[in-house]
Design a protein around this ligand. Structure first.
Ligand SMILES: *Cc1c(COP(=O)(O)O)cnc(C)c1O
Length: 326
């Protein structure tokens, strides 16, 4: 495998399944649709961060860390999977979350507490400052913190999605299935960077189309290209990736990050009611809304195969109940 030289702590249930979405394909009258079930990676309700954490925690353990520190939004899927990974490896976890503690713990936040994470609310402090301060306090108390980047997106974390693309290609080969386009939610860029490096290294010929969840196209493309270039170097396959060739659609940003509107609500209902498949309100709900709209605009050929890479987050539904039934 391309990632064989990296430290890796196996935690995910792999390979995740690839399943056809026949009823949804028929309903949308569009291309053949498949789903890659990374919502089922197995770690405390799963998600894409588990693949990144296998490498990030592997590196932390090799460096003899005893506490994982990361940050995110209150309903961060990444923070929840980091807390679970820490518990599973006998490490402490400290989560620095944006804003103030809500009155009731729901969704990911409830799981963070059950998983034993120590939560620090950043209030109006800058998130990077709050993270640095937290790590320094841990060092001064004699701890050995490992700082896990936002969204797990550095070259080590992105390597999880290089391995994931390799996993997908092996699955497709067995059933002699081709995929023309992979569609997924893209935010901190590690998932897309890993897929792009995997595709380049292994000769995957399909398109890799990220639906931006929170950033304008140019900004996210620059992040993904840089991360892909660094990831390729880490894996000993130096290649320069050009932001202009990173495919990102930013038409579905709505009112911004974690603002759940009608497109997300409709997409979540449609997937649930035609396939019994649950999406999440912040990432996959938005990416699916984008996919549905692009199919409506006939941006895919009818005979093409589109794989929706489900990146998880389903437990976040319970943190947005009021928005989803509005
Ligand atoms: C973090 C996350 C993403 C985005 O992945 P990035 O690697 O940060 O771009 C997509 N979907 C879900 C459910 C996530 O939690």
């Amino acid at each position: 495998m391309l990632t064989d030289k990296l430290h890796r702590e196996r935690m995910a249930h792999l390979p995740t399944r690839v399943e056809p979405l026949e009823r949804l394909s028929a309903r949308l009258g569009g291309p053949r649709l498949l789903v890659k079930r990374d919502d089922q990676t197995g770690l405390a309700t799963g998600g894409n961060k588990t693949r990144k954490l296998e490498f990030l925690v592997g590196e932390a353990l090799a460096g003899r860390a005893d506490v994982l520190v990361t940050g995110g939004a209150p309903q961060s899927n990444h923070a929840r999977q980091t807390a679970a990974a820490a518990a599973r490896c006998g490490l402490r976890s400290v989560l620095v979350l944006k804003g103030e503690a809500p009155p009731v713990l729901t969704g990911n936040l409830l799981l963070d507490e059950l998983l034993g994470a120590e939560i620090r609310w950043a209030g109006d402090q800058d998130m990077n400052d709050a993270l640095q301060e937290t790590a320094e306090a841990l060092w001064s108390q004699g701890g050995r913190p490992a700082l896990i980047p936002y969204g797990g997106s550095n070259p080590v974390g992105a390597s999880g999605y290089v391995a994931a693309l390799e996993e997908l290609m092996a699955q497709l080969e067995v059933v002699d299935q081709r995929v023309d386009t992979i569609v997924f939610a893209s935010s901190s860029g590690g998932t897309q960077a890993g897929l792009v490096v995997g595709a380049h290294s292994l000769g995957f010929s399909g398109r890799i189309l990220g639906i931006s969840v929170d950033q304008p196209r140019e900004a996210l493309a620059a992040t993904v290209a840089m991360l892909a270039t660094e990831t390729a170097a880490l894996l000993g396959r130096p290649t320069g990736f050009d932001p202009a060739r990173i495919e990102i659609n930013d038409d579905y940003l709505g009112d911004g990050y974690a603002s759940v509107g009608k497109p997300e609500r409709d997409a979540i209902r449609l997937f649930a009611r035609t396939e019994g498949l649950l999406l999440d309100p912040v990432y996959t709900g938005r990416a699916a809304a984008g996919l549905i709209d692009l199919i409506g605009q006939e941006r895919f050929r009818k005979d093409e195969t589109v794989l929706f890479w489900h990146t998880g987050g389903t437990v976040g539904l319970f943190g947005f109940g009021d928005k989803l039934t509005a």
